[in-house]
Design a protein around this ligand. Sequence first.
Ligand SMILES: C[S@@+](CC[C@H](N)C(=O)[O-])C[C@H]1O[C@@H](n2cnc3c(N)ncnc32)[C@H](O)[C@@H]1O
Length: 199
Amino acid sequence: MPGTLYDEASVAVGNHAHEILFGLAYAHVRPGERLIDLGIGSGLSSQLFHRAGLGIVGLDSAERMLESCRAKGIAEQLVVHDLASRPWPFERARYDHAIACGVLHFFEALDPLLSEVARVVRPGGLFVFTTMERAAPTPTTIPVFVHSRSHVLERARAHGLEAIGDVAFDTPASPSRDAHVGFRAHLTRVIGAEGTAST
Ligand SMILES: C[S@@+](CC[C@H](N)C(=O)[O-])C[C@H]1O[C@@H](n2cnc3c(N)ncnc32)[C@H](O)[C@@H]1O
């Protein structure tokens, strides 16, 4: 889907995942910090962090989504890459923070992603992301995977990500808003080498 259509669909459905994710994170980020958006799409989440003064680097496998993001002028760099292909083309501790909004439910296994996040984000940096906890009542064309809160927290901890907070929310499955998908936004921090989260 072209990014402009994605933006229109997001408004029509009443999708506020971006604001929820930003709201969880904003007290912990500072202007001038560098953030990588994994599955940036058209940049709906990153545009909020851009307005807060962070430098944005985006990664996505869909060039058409990146075209739309590029047109918004919010990102310093946009990279076409499949998250399933590891290692990601970024050096260790390159970023202050990472976000992934509406992306992890496309992956059955979280460990490969979490291990790469823990590599490319500096100790003390945030990883803020959403997971799906309840799928739509009707099957989707693209397969999606539900992950329980306890499973997400356990796997995050296993990769050195300390949970700071999380919030569950529902998003309408369609513009008619008569059925909903259950999501959770997670705020985590990469634990420092000494085993405690640095600030
Ligand atoms: C639901 S959209 C969310 C976009 C954006 N994060 C937002 O909050 O609006 C999911 C995005 O993840 C990207 N994506 C899905 N699977 C991916 C993969 N394996 N590698 C990279 N990007 C992927 C899609 O191309 C799409 O842009």
